[in-house]
Design a protein around this ligand. Structure first.
Ligand SMILES: [Zn+2]
Length: 280
């Protein structure tokens, strides 16, 4: 599942390719891929309002990608995308036909297309005016961004908590954007067992975890993210950070620090890989 570095990579690519572009048509090929409900545009309003709008910018918050549009009906309109398991957002050259799993197509006045594809159909697009975004519970309850919070702010979040450190890292309301890959990788780098309770970890080690988390996220963004199964960037290219994993997907293999076989367990319901010697 794409996490912070993968969504950030897609957002940066789309910001270069889409900013100032004008959308002239929308094709909703899978109605279920448009999420509607309180605070969102109806399907009819979405299909009527988005054509003719201009892309003001592309940004990321947690694992959500946001397109800010200027439309005629609404001065500002937000399109939020969540890729979930298998979603992809790619720029396609003029004349590209939708592929079997393409769910939503945005046609641009210059002939290019933005494709939202999703094999398993868990991902979604949601169109909202600013007041809809401001009152969207999912959005307003997101925790701080790990690349923006200070080491002290991060330690304040965790210090004294009885939950397991990994469970807290995965909780989007606690801290945003981290999934199984970057939780396991940052805990390994920080030398902290994933099943340790936050209250048992010293403030100095929590600050070290923040430093290692920031480092691994920045390295992953620089490598265009990690491609395990479906993830590609906005140009359709795979990421390379999966080649640098130290623990994720490496259960039973030798620890890159100490050669001890890496152990596998379950924390917060998720498969967890760690080094029993390096992580305490
Ligand atoms: Zn080790």
């Amino acid at each position: 599942m794409p996490e912070l570095p993968e969504v950030e990579t897609i957002a940066r690519g789309l910001a270069l390719d889409l900013t100032e572009a004008t959308i002239c048509g929308v094709r909703l090929l899978e109605p279920g891929s448009l999420s509607t409900g309180p605070g969102t545009l109806t399907r009819e309003a979405f299909l009527a309002e988005v054509p003719g709008s201009r892309v003001l910018g592309v940004r990321r918050r947690a694992k959500v990608l946001l397109l800010d549009l200027s439309s005629a009906g609404w001065s500002l309109l937000h399109l939020a995308f969540h890729l979930r398991m298998t979603g992809r957002l790619t720029m396609e050259p003029p004349g590209t036909d939708p592929r079997p799993h393409t769910r939503l197509v945005f046609d641009l006045t210059d002939g290019r297309h933005l494709f939202f594809a999703d094999v398993r159909k868990f991902g979604w697009c949601r169109a909202m005016p600013p007041e809809g975004l401001a009152h969207w519970m999912f959005w307003t309850s997101l925790g701080p961004e790990p690349l923006e919070i200070s080491a002290d702010g991060f330690a304040d979040l965790f210090q004294g908590r009885r939950g397991r450190v990994k469970a807290l890292l995965l909780n989007q309301k606690f801290i945003a954007g981290i999934g199984n890959i970057y939780a396991d990788e940052s805990l390994f780098r920080a030398g902290i067992r994933p099943d340790a309770t936050a209250v048992s970890v010293s403030r100095a080690r929590l600050k070290r975890l923040h430093g290692q988390l920031v480092e691994v996220l920045r390295e992953a963004i620089a490598a265009n993210g990690s491609s395990i199964s479906d993830y590609v960037n906005a140009r359709g290219d795979a990421g390379a950070f999966q080649n640098d994993f130290r623990v994720y997907g490496r259960a039973g293999l030798a620890c890159r620090n100490c050669q001890t076989p890496l152990a596998k367990g379950t924390v917060a319901g998720r498969t967890t890989v760690f080094c029993p010697k390096c992580q305490r």
